[in-house]
Design a protein around this ligand. Sequence first.
Ligand code: AMP
Ligand code: ZN
Length: 114
Amino acid sequence: MDNCIFCKIINKEVPSKIVYEDERVLAFDDINPRAPIHVLLIPKEHFGTLNEIPEEKKDILSHLLLKARQIAQEKGIAENGYRIVLNTERDSGQEVFHIHFHLLGGRQMKWPPG
Ligand code: AMP
Ligand code: ZN
């Protein structure tokens, strides 16, 4: 999608530190990490938010989640724990409107989130 920063990252028009890539998803380091490990996972197909994922495309969500788990395992944070965040629309604080999971770990998290 034109003017979408994450689509530009997928197309390699904008550089990123890629952690994992396959035909459906891309994972890369967050540019402004909020934890020692902060990886973003996105589908290569553009959807603005979770609200825009149609029922017939639901498999992409489980694929993203299990890749987040795999990355957590590979980075050595699976045992201690990690947080996966999916901000959706304005009240959540979503800033980039290409759906993305945040994988955060490597430190103790607080609850509830702000
Ligand atoms: P959200 O508030 O859930 O929309 O999160 C957007 C995230 O994207 C933030 O954590 C930003 O630091 C991150 N971000 C924005 N631009 C880039 C970029 N070019 N490369 C990597 N991460 C980015
Ligand atoms: Zn996009």
